[in-house]
Each structure stands twice: as C-alpha cells, then as structure tokens.
Design a binder for this molecule. Structure first.
Ligand code: SIN
Ligand code: MN
Length: 275
C-alpha cells in the first residue's frame, strides 16, 4: 500500500498545509480492527513493570508508555506502515528513522495535563538534535472530544523559534521531568496566551484511528481529563536520518538509537483507509 493507492489529498497539498500551519490532519484512518489490536497491545504493555511505563504522580495510574516499537511486533509494524513512512519522508524531506514512540494514555478522570511546550526544546537542548527536521504523527486510540483533554496547537507557532528556555544552570538531567505534567521545558502561560490571542488555538479532535501531523516546534498543550472517557494518544516521531543527534544520553526509549532508515512494510493486521 502507498499513498497513491489511497484516494485523498495529494501529498504536495498536505506538505504545504503542514509547512504553513505546523500541523495538518491526514486524510486517512486506521480501521476499527486495527485500532482494537493496538489498544490490546497498549493494555498488555501498560500492565508490565518496566522503565518504559511511566505513571502519574499517584504512582498507580499509567500516564504513558514509551519505545514500544522496540519490543512489540504490532507497534513495530505500525512504524513501518508504508503510508506513514511515505508521509514522514515527504514532510521531513528524506529518509527517516523512529526517534520516539509513545502512547499518552490520559486515563478517565485521572490523566493530567501537558503544559504549553515545544517538543524540539527537549530534542535540541537535551539530545542535540541539529534541526527540527522531524515530524510527529498523532493517532488517537480512543475518540477525542473537547472534554477528554485533546491536544491543542497554536497554528504557525512552529516558525518562530524556541521560547523560554531555562538557564543552563537551572536544567535537570532527570528525564522524568520530560514525561510528567511538571515539564522541564515549557512555554510560559502568558506567552502562550498572547500567541493564541493572535493566532488562535486549535483542538485536535477526531475519532479513534484518525491521524494528524504536527511539527516539533509547534507550541502545544493538553488539559487534564475530567471526563469519563479515556483519551489514549499514540505518537510516533520520525526524524530525518541526516538529522540524528550525535551523542544522545537519554534512555533509548526516549531517543531512538537505530538511525537506519525505516523500511516500509505492509502488515495485514494494520489497515488504513481514506478518511
Ligand atoms: C498529549 O498527550 O496530550 C501531549 C502530547 C505531546 O505533548 O506531544
Ligand atoms: Mn509534546
């Protein structure tokens, strides 16, 4: 399967929307069976005791799982999906490898917020990623609505550089501050408010299985989940192979070390349709 076998928006149009706004919906969705299979794998991994599984402050509720493509065959098949690989290559401009894979679970009533931030702040300052030549694909495994903590983006903010970086002396090397609701690199609320008064803010809503691309430098956040519906969001970051950090030190489940280009491979368990 390739993009050309799916009817939909031409790749050139997706790329210009992505370049202009720093995010764009992708006109495809995974079938319900595919999503259900991913949900089952996420449940299995969440029940394991391993460093890739991160909890909320209560230490009981699973907040996120990381690096699953390294040890779960369905997640591995997902990152190799030919359409995702082709889209990632188009949006970053060349061959890609998997930089990060995570599922932020945002459990019903328990899942807490992600303050305003830019992913590239972490990747540049902590890992030494040379340029923001990477792309995030967001794939909700549950329906996302206004009440269960949707991802919120400020359109066009990807083009303005990095904001509010802490002084080097104030930085911590504790990677837990990169995955908790008390993030090490944030954009101040005042700045985010000024930005969204000017540019607006857009919630990324959509059914389970839908797809959305967003840029490493876009300013984004999401609120706590006060609803009765879980909001699991699977996120894959592909990085351009020629943009790999030279000497990353964070755990490999936060910074992929295998920089060989992903080889696109169909898997009959993961079926994508035109949305
Ligand atoms: C979220 O899961 O809502 C936050 C995702 C992100 O910051 O990339
Ligand atoms: Mn983020």
């Amino acid at each position: 399967m390739t993009v050309s076998t799916l009817v939909g928006t031409p790749l050139t149009e997706l790329k210009s929307a992505y370049d202009k706004h720093g995010h764009c919906p992708l006109p495809y969705r995974f079938t319900e069976d595919s999503v259900e299979l991913l949900r089952r794998r996420v449940a299995r991994i969440s029940a394991q005791v391993r460093p890739e599984v991160v909890h909320e402050k209560d230490k009981d509720t699973v907040r996120a799982i990381h690096g699953c493509h390294e040890f779960d065959d369905v997640c591995r098949a997902l990152v190799s999906h030919p359409v995702l690989v082709e889209l990632a290559e188009t949006l970053t401009g060349g061959p890609v490898y998997v930089y990060q894979f995570k599922v932020n679970l945002k459990q019903a009533r328990e899942g807490t917020a992600w303050p305003w931030h830019q992913d590239y702040a972490f990747w540049s300052e902590e890992d030494g990623m040379p340029r923001p030549d990477a792309v995030n694909f967001a794939l909700p495994l549950d329906d996302v609505h206004e009440e269960n903590g949707p991802l919120m983006v400020i359109p066009g903010s990807h083009d303005l550089g990095l904001f509010d970086l802490p002084d080097r002396s104030e930085r911590t090397s504790d990677w837990r501050k990169h995955v908790s609701n008390d993030l090490a690199y944030t954009v101040s609320t005042e700045r985010a408010e000024r930005m969204f008064e000017e540019r607006g803010k857009v919630p990324i809503l959509g059914g389970a299985g839908s797809l959305h691309a967003f840029h490493p430098s876009i300013v984004h956040s999401s609120s706590s989940n006060r609803s009765a519906d879980r909001r699991a969001l699977l996120l894959i970051t592909y990085n351009a192979v020629n943009n790999a950090p030279a000497n990353p030190t964070r755990p490999r489940f936060l910074v992929g070390r295998d920089t060989t280009p992903v080889v696109a491979r169909d898997d009959e368990r993961l079926v994508l349709e035109t949305a």
